[in-house]
Design a protein around this ligand. Structure first.
Ligand code: 13P
Ligand code: SF4
Length: 302
């Protein structure tokens, strides 16, 4: 039996569904039932009827799936796969801002721990952040943990006052404007599609800025045939599938999220067999508050 066949058999036995982010290895995306950006995956986790969710992504994704579906079993193929940015803010920063501005909304990127979500008023993803922040009744916004996404959203919602935090994704932050400029010189007709986790210098060179799904959809619906991509290189699997006729160019220093790449077919087989690495969230105050923050996102993003 191939690994793919074994996964299929185990999925049926365990009434399991496999969700995968676009940054995981191609062979993992190939066997996934649903592949998507963070927003799509959090919605799918709520809609699907299966008893078990195998989450091929980093821990904040599994935490969110479990918070939204406490009755389901959420299995993480690699319990160590974590997003460094998800930890990059302290409670003091939130408390200080709350003391300063009475009408403050604390908006947390979904790339954050459940604890951080529990201090926040609403969660957002890169696909819905602008829309949600624009429609909040609050004038003062503390956007955590990602400063790059925060500045991008602030530029789109100039009527609000933003407070920032110094968090960042090491992979997107590492991408240099110089590398994008070089690619533009080599491929002058290519469109530049980048993720808002990139620095403002990189965003300034973009023709389109959006979530991983946004980038893939842009390429899919475009008549152009060459694209410079400013996000983690795992998206090339979906890009190639969508536009086999097009050329995709990534920065010289390949953007690779080593945490996302920890997930392998063998680990998926292992957790399905043993029902191990189960994501557990207690039902205490922190989980209740974190779930409220996520639920508010799902309501406001509709
Ligand atoms: P999206 O897939 O929501 O664009 O997010 C990118 C990301 O960094 C996920 O960790
Ligand atoms: Fe976190 Fe960046 Fe990896 Fe996304 S790409 S999971 S933001 S470290």
């Amino acid at each position: 039996m191939t690994k793919q066949e074994e996964i299929q058999k185990l999925k049926e036995e365990k009434d399991a569904v496999i969700l995968a982010h676009y940054y995981v290895r191609p062979e993992v995306q190939e066997i996934a039932d649903y592949i998507g950006d963070s927003y799509f995956l959090s919605r799918k986790a709520v809609e699907l009827p299966h008893r078990t969710i195998v989450f091929c992504g980093v821990s904040f994704m599994g935490e969110s799936a479990k918070l939204l579906n406490p009755q389901k079993t959420v299995l993480m193929p690699d319990a160590e796969a974590d997003c460094p940015m998800a930890h990059m803010v302290t409670k003091e920063i939130v408390e200080r801002a709350r003391a300063q501005y009475e009408d403050l909304a604390v908006v947390c990127y979904i790339n954050s721990t459940a604890e951080i979500k529990s201090w926040s008023d609403v969660s957002v993803t890169s696909a819905n952040a602008v829309q949600i922040v624009r429609n909040l009744p609050n004038h003062n916004i503390l956007f955590i943990p990602d400063r790059n996404l925060a500045h991008f959203v602030a530029g789109k919602v100039p009527e609000k006052h933003f407070l920032y935090n110094e968090g960042y994704c090491p992979i997107h932050e590492h991408m240099k404007a110089e590398e994008i400029r070089e690619l533009k010189e080599q491929h002058p007709s290519a469109r530049v599609l980048v993720h808002p986790e990139c620095s403002s210098e990189v965003l300034a060179l973009a023709d389109y800025i959006g979530s991983t799904s946004g980038i893939i959809n842009y390429a899919k619906n475009s008549t152009d045939t060459a694209f410079i991509i400013g996000t983690e290189s795992g998206v090339s699997y979906a890009l190639q599938q969508a536009r086999g006729d097009a050329a995709f160019f990534f920065p010289r220093t390949e953007p690779v999220c080593t945490d996302m790449k920890r997930i392998t077919l063998d680990k998926i087989i292992d957790v399905l067999k043993k029902e191990s690495n189960e994501m557990r969230m207690d039902d205490g105050q922190e989980s209740v508050a974190a779930k409220r923050t996520l639920m508010r996102m799902l309501e406001l993003a509709q």
